[in-house]
Design a protein around this ligand. Structure first.
Ligand SMILES: Cc1ncc(COP(=O)(O)O)c(C=O)c1O
Length: 381
Protein backbone atom coordinates (compact mmCIF):
# COMPACT_ATOMS: atom_id res chain seq x y z
CA UNK A 1 0.00 0.00 0.00
CA UNK A 2 1.30 3.43 -0.87
CA UNK A 3 1.41 5.82 2.07
CA UNK A 4 0.74 9.40 1.32
CA UNK A 5 1.66 12.51 3.22
CA UNK A 6 -1.81 13.74 2.33
CA UNK A 7 -3.28 11.81 5.21
CA UNK A 8 -4.45 14.28 7.87
CA UNK A 9 -3.17 12.09 10.72
CA UNK A 10 0.59 12.43 10.87
CA UNK A 11 3.65 11.82 13.01
CA UNK A 12 5.54 15.10 12.90
CA UNK A 13 9.27 14.61 13.35
CA UNK A 14 10.90 17.74 14.73
CA UNK A 15 14.47 17.50 13.49
CA UNK A 16 15.45 20.74 15.24
CA UNK A 17 14.72 19.00 18.55
CA UNK A 18 16.49 15.83 17.37
CA UNK A 19 19.65 17.78 16.58
CA UNK A 20 19.44 19.69 19.89
CA UNK A 21 19.15 16.42 21.84
CA UNK A 22 21.99 14.85 19.92
CA UNK A 23 24.29 17.84 20.36
CA UNK A 24 23.44 18.06 24.07
CA UNK A 25 24.33 14.38 24.49
CA UNK A 26 27.48 14.82 22.45
CA UNK A 27 28.54 17.78 24.58
CA UNK A 28 27.84 15.79 27.72
CA UNK A 29 29.99 12.92 26.38
CA UNK A 30 32.92 15.23 26.69
CA UNK A 31 35.00 14.15 23.71
CA UNK A 32 33.85 10.54 23.44
CA UNK A 33 32.56 9.55 20.03
CA UNK A 34 28.85 8.86 19.46
CA UNK A 35 27.18 5.70 18.19
CA UNK A 36 23.64 6.85 17.37
CA UNK A 37 21.19 4.01 17.95
CA UNK A 38 18.66 4.05 15.11
CA UNK A 39 17.23 0.53 15.31
CA UNK A 40 13.50 -0.13 14.92
CA UNK A 41 13.17 2.64 12.35
CA UNK A 42 14.84 5.06 14.74
CA UNK A 43 12.48 4.10 17.57
CA UNK A 44 9.57 4.72 15.20
CA UNK A 45 10.70 8.19 14.10
CA UNK A 46 11.78 7.14 10.61
CA UNK A 47 15.39 6.04 10.14
CA UNK A 48 15.86 7.97 6.92
CA UNK A 49 14.69 11.27 8.45
CA UNK A 50 16.83 10.76 11.54
CA UNK A 51 20.11 9.80 9.87
CA UNK A 52 19.77 12.54 7.26
CA UNK A 53 19.28 15.11 10.02
CA UNK A 54 22.19 13.82 12.11
CA UNK A 55 24.49 13.49 9.12
CA UNK A 56 23.82 17.13 8.21
CA UNK A 57 25.85 18.14 11.29
CA UNK A 58 29.21 18.09 9.52
CA UNK A 59 32.15 17.33 11.80
CA UNK A 60 29.75 16.73 14.69
CA UNK A 61 27.80 13.95 12.97
CA UNK A 62 27.74 10.55 14.70
CA UNK A 63 30.92 8.55 14.19
CA UNK A 64 28.95 5.26 14.16
CA UNK A 65 25.37 4.08 13.81
CA UNK A 66 23.92 1.02 15.55
CA UNK A 67 20.94 -1.07 14.56
CA UNK A 68 19.39 -4.28 15.87
CA UNK A 69 19.19 -6.22 12.61
CA UNK A 70 21.39 -6.79 9.58
CA UNK A 71 18.35 -5.83 7.48
CA UNK A 72 18.28 -2.44 9.19
CA UNK A 73 21.99 -2.04 8.47
CA UNK A 74 21.31 -2.83 4.81
CA UNK A 75 18.58 -0.15 4.82
CA UNK A 76 21.10 2.36 6.14
CA UNK A 77 23.61 1.50 3.42
CA UNK A 78 20.87 1.89 0.81
CA UNK A 79 20.47 5.44 2.16
CA UNK A 80 24.17 5.93 1.34
CA UNK A 81 25.26 6.12 4.96
CA UNK A 82 29.01 5.65 5.02
CA UNK A 83 29.75 5.54 8.77
CA UNK A 84 30.55 2.18 10.37
CA UNK A 85 27.33 0.37 11.32
CA UNK A 86 27.21 -1.96 14.32
CA UNK A 87 24.53 -4.67 14.38
CA UNK A 88 23.48 -5.79 17.88
CA UNK A 89 21.87 -9.02 16.66
CA UNK A 90 23.83 -12.27 16.34
CA UNK A 91 25.04 -13.48 12.94
CA UNK A 92 23.14 -16.32 11.28
CA UNK A 93 23.81 -18.48 8.24
CA UNK A 94 20.90 -16.73 6.55
CA UNK A 95 22.06 -13.16 7.06
CA UNK A 96 25.87 -13.48 7.14
CA UNK A 97 26.22 -12.33 3.52
CA UNK A 98 24.67 -8.98 4.48
CA UNK A 99 27.55 -8.22 6.84
CA UNK A 100 30.06 -8.60 4.04
CA UNK A 101 28.00 -7.12 1.23
CA UNK A 102 26.89 -4.05 3.19
CA UNK A 103 30.01 -3.77 5.35
CA UNK A 104 28.19 -4.16 8.66
CA UNK A 105 29.98 -4.80 11.94
CA UNK A 106 28.81 -8.01 13.61
CA UNK A 107 28.50 -8.52 17.33
CA UNK A 108 30.67 -11.60 17.96
CA UNK A 109 31.03 -13.21 21.36
CA UNK A 110 31.26 -16.94 20.80
CA UNK A 111 32.90 -19.43 18.45
CA UNK A 112 29.63 -20.50 16.89
CA UNK A 113 28.98 -17.08 15.35
CA UNK A 114 32.65 -16.59 14.52
CA UNK A 115 32.59 -19.88 12.58
CA UNK A 116 29.63 -18.63 10.50
CA UNK A 117 31.65 -15.55 9.58
CA UNK A 118 34.78 -17.60 8.85
CA UNK A 119 32.93 -20.04 6.62
CA UNK A 120 31.41 -17.24 4.62
CA UNK A 121 34.72 -15.41 4.34
CA UNK A 122 36.31 -18.50 2.80
CA UNK A 123 33.90 -18.25 -0.10
CA UNK A 124 34.99 -14.72 -1.00
CA UNK A 125 37.50 -14.04 -3.73
CA UNK A 126 41.17 -13.47 -2.82
CA UNK A 127 41.02 -9.69 -2.89
CA UNK A 128 37.90 -9.47 -0.71
CA UNK A 129 39.10 -12.09 1.73
CA UNK A 130 42.47 -10.45 2.21
CA UNK A 131 40.82 -7.46 3.94
CA UNK A 132 40.60 -7.84 7.70
CA UNK A 133 37.00 -7.75 8.82
CA UNK A 134 35.96 -5.62 11.85
CA UNK A 135 33.94 -7.10 14.72
CA UNK A 136 32.71 -5.79 18.05
CA UNK A 137 32.60 -8.09 21.04
CA UNK A 138 29.75 -7.75 23.52
CA UNK A 139 30.68 -8.42 27.12
CA UNK A 140 27.99 -9.63 29.49
CA UNK A 141 28.55 -7.86 32.77
CA UNK A 142 25.16 -8.75 34.25
CA UNK A 143 22.38 -8.12 31.73
CA UNK A 144 22.35 -11.85 30.89
CA UNK A 145 21.00 -11.32 27.42
CA UNK A 146 23.88 -11.27 24.93
CA UNK A 147 27.65 -11.31 25.19
CA UNK A 148 30.52 -13.33 26.56
CA UNK A 149 30.74 -13.50 30.36
CA UNK A 150 32.98 -10.73 31.63
CA UNK A 151 35.24 -13.23 33.39
CA UNK A 152 35.84 -15.19 30.18
CA UNK A 153 36.14 -12.17 27.93
CA UNK A 154 39.87 -11.45 28.26
CA UNK A 155 40.97 -14.68 26.56
CA UNK A 156 38.34 -14.40 23.83
CA UNK A 157 39.30 -10.81 22.99
CA UNK A 158 43.00 -11.69 23.05
CA UNK A 159 42.42 -14.59 20.65
CA UNK A 160 40.32 -12.49 18.27
CA UNK A 161 42.82 -9.63 18.40
CA UNK A 162 45.42 -12.04 17.02
CA UNK A 163 43.15 -13.41 14.29
CA UNK A 164 44.42 -13.34 10.73
CA UNK A 165 41.10 -12.45 9.18
CA UNK A 166 39.22 -10.41 11.78
CA UNK A 167 40.09 -7.47 13.96
CA UNK A 168 38.49 -6.20 17.13
CA UNK A 169 37.13 -2.77 16.27
CA UNK A 170 35.30 -2.50 19.59
CA UNK A 171 34.17 -4.12 22.82
CA UNK A 172 31.02 -3.17 24.65
CA UNK A 173 28.63 -3.94 27.43
CA UNK A 174 25.01 -3.05 28.11
CA UNK A 175 23.53 -1.81 31.39
CA UNK A 176 20.42 -3.32 32.96
CA UNK A 177 19.67 -0.54 35.43
CA UNK A 178 21.50 2.63 34.40
CA UNK A 179 18.21 4.55 34.54
CA UNK A 180 17.28 3.46 38.07
CA UNK A 181 17.68 5.37 41.34
CA UNK A 182 19.59 2.54 43.01
CA UNK A 183 22.99 2.69 41.38
CA UNK A 184 24.51 -0.43 42.92
CA UNK A 185 24.05 -2.85 40.01
CA UNK A 186 25.06 -0.35 37.32
CA UNK A 187 28.16 0.41 39.40
CA UNK A 188 28.95 -3.33 39.56
CA UNK A 189 28.53 -3.75 35.79
CA UNK A 190 30.70 -0.71 35.21
CA UNK A 191 33.39 -2.02 37.54
CA UNK A 192 33.46 -5.38 35.73
CA UNK A 193 33.76 -3.72 32.33
CA UNK A 194 36.37 -1.23 33.51
CA UNK A 195 38.51 -3.98 35.01
CA UNK A 196 38.44 -5.80 31.69
CA UNK A 197 39.35 -2.67 29.72
CA UNK A 198 42.17 -1.94 32.17
CA UNK A 199 43.64 -5.42 31.92
CA UNK A 200 43.45 -5.36 28.10
CA UNK A 201 45.30 -2.04 28.21
CA UNK A 202 47.86 -3.42 30.62
CA UNK A 203 48.57 -6.36 28.32
CA UNK A 204 48.66 -4.20 25.20
CA UNK A 205 45.78 -6.05 23.60
CA UNK A 206 44.13 -4.06 20.88
CA UNK A 207 40.40 -3.96 21.61
CA UNK A 208 39.51 -0.97 19.40
CA UNK A 209 36.86 1.28 20.96
CA UNK A 210 35.27 0.49 24.31
CA UNK A 211 31.65 1.56 24.74
CA UNK A 212 28.95 1.07 27.33
CA UNK A 213 26.73 4.10 27.86
CA UNK A 214 23.10 3.82 26.83
CA UNK A 215 20.94 6.88 27.57
CA UNK A 216 20.62 6.12 31.28
CA UNK A 217 24.38 5.86 31.64
CA UNK A 218 25.04 8.99 29.58
CA UNK A 219 22.78 10.82 31.99
CA UNK A 220 23.83 9.16 35.26
CA UNK A 221 27.39 7.80 34.86
CA UNK A 222 29.99 10.08 33.27
CA UNK A 223 32.64 7.48 34.10
CA UNK A 224 30.93 5.04 31.71
CA UNK A 225 31.68 7.01 28.53
CA UNK A 226 34.95 5.25 27.56
CA UNK A 227 35.68 5.84 23.85
CA UNK A 228 32.11 6.10 22.63
CA UNK A 229 28.59 6.58 24.00
CA UNK A 230 25.62 4.64 22.60
CA UNK A 231 22.38 6.57 23.21
CA UNK A 232 19.00 5.68 21.74
CA UNK A 233 15.86 7.00 23.45
CA UNK A 234 17.46 10.27 24.57
CA UNK A 235 18.12 11.22 20.93
CA UNK A 236 14.37 11.15 20.49
CA UNK A 237 13.80 13.44 23.45
CA UNK A 238 12.90 11.08 26.27
CA UNK A 239 14.67 10.11 29.46
CA UNK A 240 14.81 6.33 29.72
CA UNK A 241 12.85 6.40 32.96
CA UNK A 242 11.31 8.92 35.31
CA UNK A 243 14.11 8.26 37.80
CA UNK A 244 17.09 9.76 36.03
CA UNK A 245 18.44 13.20 36.68
CA UNK A 246 17.86 15.73 33.95
CA UNK A 247 21.55 16.40 33.44
CA UNK A 248 20.97 16.59 29.68
CA UNK A 249 18.17 18.79 28.35
CA UNK A 250 15.94 16.82 25.97
CA UNK A 251 13.01 17.78 23.75
CA UNK A 252 10.49 15.22 22.44
CA UNK A 253 10.96 14.75 18.71
CA UNK A 254 7.70 13.08 17.70
CA UNK A 255 4.26 14.72 17.77
CA UNK A 256 1.05 13.10 16.63
CA UNK A 257 -1.36 15.49 14.97
CA UNK A 258 -4.62 15.11 13.14
CA UNK A 259 -7.76 17.11 12.33
CA UNK A 260 -11.33 17.02 13.58
CA UNK A 261 -13.05 14.65 11.17
CA UNK A 262 -16.72 14.75 12.16
CA UNK A 263 -18.89 16.39 14.85
CA UNK A 264 -22.21 15.27 16.26
CA UNK A 265 -24.37 15.99 19.28
CA UNK A 266 -25.38 13.25 21.69
CA UNK A 267 -27.85 13.36 24.59
CA UNK A 268 -27.99 12.05 28.20
CA UNK A 269 -27.88 8.23 28.16
CA UNK A 270 -26.39 8.00 24.66
CA UNK A 271 -23.25 5.91 24.41
CA UNK A 272 -20.16 6.05 22.21
CA UNK A 273 -18.37 3.27 20.27
CA UNK A 274 -18.04 -0.51 20.66
CA UNK A 275 -19.18 -1.99 23.96
CA UNK A 276 -20.82 1.34 24.91
CA UNK A 277 -18.01 2.09 27.35
CA UNK A 278 -18.81 5.79 27.51
CA UNK A 279 -22.26 7.13 28.44
CA UNK A 280 -23.16 10.81 28.20
CA UNK A 281 -24.46 12.41 31.39
CA UNK A 282 -25.56 15.55 29.59
CA UNK A 283 -25.94 16.86 26.09
CA UNK A 284 -22.51 17.16 24.48
CA UNK A 285 -20.70 17.23 21.17
CA UNK A 286 -18.60 14.23 20.14
CA UNK A 287 -15.90 14.60 17.54
CA UNK A 288 -14.22 11.75 15.70
CA UNK A 289 -10.62 11.71 14.54
CA UNK A 290 -9.23 9.64 11.68
CA UNK A 291 -6.77 7.36 13.47
CA UNK A 292 -6.99 4.34 15.71
CA UNK A 293 -5.21 1.35 17.15
CA UNK A 294 -3.98 0.30 13.70
CA UNK A 295 -1.93 3.50 13.78
CA UNK A 296 -0.46 2.82 17.20
CA UNK A 297 -3.10 4.60 19.28
CA UNK A 298 -3.33 1.74 21.77
CA UNK A 299 -6.81 0.40 22.51
CA UNK A 300 -6.05 0.54 26.24
CA UNK A 301 -6.04 4.33 26.00
CA UNK A 302 -9.85 4.04 25.82
CA UNK A 303 -11.53 6.70 28.00
CA UNK A 304 -8.10 7.84 29.27
CA UNK A 305 -6.23 9.73 26.55
CA UNK A 306 -6.27 13.50 26.09
CA UNK A 307 -6.01 15.84 23.13
CA UNK A 308 -5.20 19.52 22.71
CA UNK A 309 -7.57 21.44 20.44
CA UNK A 310 -7.43 25.23 20.06
CA UNK A 311 -5.44 25.62 23.28
CA UNK A 312 -7.64 23.41 25.47
CA UNK A 313 -7.42 19.81 26.75
CA UNK A 314 -10.22 17.34 25.91
CA UNK A 315 -10.94 13.74 27.00
CA UNK A 316 -11.05 10.73 24.73
CA UNK A 317 -14.32 8.82 25.08
CA UNK A 318 -15.58 5.43 23.93
CA UNK A 319 -13.57 2.40 22.86
CA UNK A 320 -10.64 3.16 20.60
CA UNK A 321 -11.39 1.58 17.22
CA UNK A 322 -9.03 0.43 14.51
CA UNK A 323 -9.18 3.61 12.44
CA UNK A 324 -11.04 6.19 14.49
CA UNK A 325 -11.24 7.67 17.99
CA UNK A 326 -13.75 9.96 19.60
CA UNK A 327 -13.44 12.90 22.02
CA UNK A 328 -16.00 14.80 24.03
CA UNK A 329 -15.89 18.56 23.41
CA UNK A 330 -18.98 19.76 25.33
CA UNK A 331 -20.46 22.83 23.73
CA UNK A 332 -17.14 24.35 22.66
CA UNK A 333 -16.85 25.98 19.28
CA UNK A 334 -14.92 23.38 17.33
CA UNK A 335 -15.10 22.87 13.55
CA UNK A 336 -14.33 20.06 11.15
CA UNK A 337 -10.70 20.48 10.09
CA UNK A 338 -9.50 22.05 13.37
CA UNK A 339 -6.02 20.85 14.33
CA UNK A 340 -5.82 18.20 17.08
CA UNK A 341 -2.63 17.36 18.98
CA UNK A 342 -2.58 13.90 20.52
CA UNK A 343 1.10 13.93 21.36
CA UNK A 344 2.94 17.23 21.40
CA UNK A 345 2.84 20.78 22.57
CA UNK A 346 0.73 23.88 22.09
CA UNK A 347 1.66 26.98 24.07
CA UNK A 348 1.83 25.85 27.72
CA UNK A 349 -0.05 22.59 27.14
CA UNK A 350 1.84 19.39 26.43
CA UNK A 351 1.03 15.69 26.05
CA UNK A 352 4.10 13.45 26.05
CA UNK A 353 4.77 9.76 25.47
CA UNK A 354 5.10 9.54 29.26
CA UNK A 355 1.40 10.45 29.57
CA UNK A 356 0.52 7.52 27.29
CA UNK A 357 3.10 5.27 28.99
CA UNK A 358 1.70 5.94 32.43
CA UNK A 359 -1.78 4.93 31.27
CA UNK A 360 -0.46 1.87 29.44
CA UNK A 361 2.08 0.82 32.07
CA UNK A 362 4.95 0.96 29.62
CA UNK A 363 7.77 3.31 28.58
CA UNK A 364 8.07 5.92 25.79
CA UNK A 365 10.24 3.50 23.75
CA UNK A 366 7.20 1.30 23.15
CA UNK A 367 4.91 4.24 22.42
CA UNK A 368 7.00 5.74 19.60
CA UNK A 369 8.00 2.33 18.19
CA UNK A 370 4.32 1.38 18.01
CA UNK A 371 3.30 4.27 15.76
CA UNK A 372 2.45 2.31 12.66
CA UNK A 373 3.99 2.77 9.24
CA UNK A 374 0.69 3.90 7.78
CA UNK A 375 1.04 7.16 9.73
CA UNK A 376 3.13 9.37 7.47
CA UNK A 377 6.28 10.78 9.10
CA UNK A 378 6.47 14.45 8.23
CA UNK A 379 9.63 16.44 8.87
CA UNK A 380 9.36 19.67 10.82
CA UNK A 381 12.41 21.88 10.41
C1 LIG B 1 22.97 -2.79 23.02
C2 LIG B 1 22.22 -1.51 23.13
N1 LIG B 1 22.90 -0.35 23.25
C3 LIG B 1 22.28 0.85 23.34
C4 LIG B 1 20.90 0.93 23.33
C5 LIG B 1 20.25 2.28 23.50
O1 LIG B 1 19.57 2.32 24.72
P1 LIG B 1 18.69 3.58 25.15
O2 LIG B 1 17.62 3.69 24.12
O3 LIG B 1 18.17 3.23 26.49
O4 LIG B 1 19.60 4.73 25.13
C6 LIG B 1 20.15 -0.24 23.19
C7 LIG B 1 18.70 -0.17 23.18
O5 LIG B 1 17.99 -0.89 23.79
C8 LIG B 1 20.82 -1.49 23.08
O6 LIG B 1 20.14 -2.63 22.95
Amino acid sequence: MAHSNLRVSKAIINIVNLKKNYLNLRRKANGSKVIAVVKADAYGHGMEIVVKALNSLGSKKPEYYAVALADEGADLRKLKISQPILVFDTVSKDNVHQYFYYKLIPNIFNLYHLKILENYRKRLNRRESSIKFPVHIEIDTGMNRLGIDYNKAFDFIKKLSEHTHFFVDGIYTHFATSDEKDNSFARLQLKRFKQLVDSLKKHNINYGFAHAANSGAVINYPDSYFDMIRPGISLYGYYPSQNTTESVTLYPVMSIETEVGTIKTIYPGDTVSYGRRYKAKKQTKIISLPLGYADGFNRNLTNKAKAIINGKIYNQVGTVTMDRIMFEVGNDKISIGDKVILLGKQKNLQITAWDWSNILNTIPYEITCAINKRMPRVVKN
